[in-house]
Design a protein around this ligand. Sequence first.
Ligand SMILES: Nc1ncnc2c1ncn2[C@@H]1O[C@H](COP(=O)(O)OP(=O)(O)OP(=O)(O)O)[C@@H](O)[C@H]1O
Length: 340
Amino acid sequence: MQSEEPIIQLVGLGKEFFTSNGPIKALDDINLSIERGEIFGIIGLSGAGKSTLVRCINYLEVPTSGDVLFENQSLAAMSPRKQRRARQSMGMIFQQFNLLAQRNVLQNVCFPLEIANVPKKEAIKRSMELLELVGLKERAKAYPSQLSGGQKQRVAIARALATNPKILLCDEATSALDPNTTKSILGLLKEINKNMGVTVVVITHEMSVIEAICDRVAIIDQSHIAEVGCVADIFSGPKSKIGRQLILGDAAEQAIRFGSNRRIRISFDGRSSFEPVLSNMILACKVPVNIMHAETRDIGGTAMGQMVIQLPEEEIDQNRILNYLKTANINFEEVKDYDL
Ligand SMILES: Nc1ncnc2c1ncn2[C@@H]1O[C@H](COP(=O)(O)OP(=O)(O)OP(=O)(O)O)[C@@H](O)[C@H]1O
């Protein structure tokens, strides 16, 4: 589904908020290209600038510098009418669903069609089709307060798709949901991407969301893009400090900080797995190692793993292990103290 053609390009994008305490630079010189048909993830810690970034893409926030290109055309340079049409091509869903409480499910989905002056009969037909797509046709007459979080997000997705957008922007869309509901909503987004060809942009602070559905990911840190790439590549070899932090996670970070010896992080890409690598290494080097953290994740259907081991005390033994890993062509890097 993914093509090598950008649908969105962010060029030198900056956003500053002017507050009574002075200016806040939420985004600084962001350069990104999102390809048509892909599921693109943007991940970062709280306050990194994720929401501002996604809101600049559809001009809910107007950037203070740089440009947003939609299908190679600058949003800033478009006539108001053309800009409105471009913005209608970008649906959006939110963490808190943002449904209208006084309207029932069907009326919520019809709402953007009403605004776009679509005749009522046609709007209802389209909305019912979308409710069927998200599995909520039977609940058309229910009110938001009568729905679970997952159902509310399904209604929000149907509403966002009502105007046939080319892009669906998802701002922490699963952050308020439990793990099973998260899984089903992510599955629905993947289906929409695959079957309807809608480009999906996912904003999240959770690596598991990126792993579950994204083709590529940008890591944002303190208003800047720290790195961008295919999820599998970033996972097996994060280059930035923030990338390592997000991928290793808090539990692993705590475990690693306990050790005093040198530590290395080994990553596996599905062709190899933990046990043979470890046992072969120990057999070949004849030195024991301490496993500090190990996990396997499913990335795009491939089992990818990472393991942090503590090297032995003697330098000669350490070198033996490092040489073994190099010769065996195993992907590893040294984990520096407090620089995960
Ligand atoms: N309307 C606003 N006025 C002033 N400052 C703002 C505004 N919106 C965002 N900011 C600031 O911009 C920075 C980035 O905020 P943003 O909400 O984009 O981050 P985020 O990565 O989405 O964080 P979170 O995950 O906590 O929502 C923060 O320092 C935030 O306080």
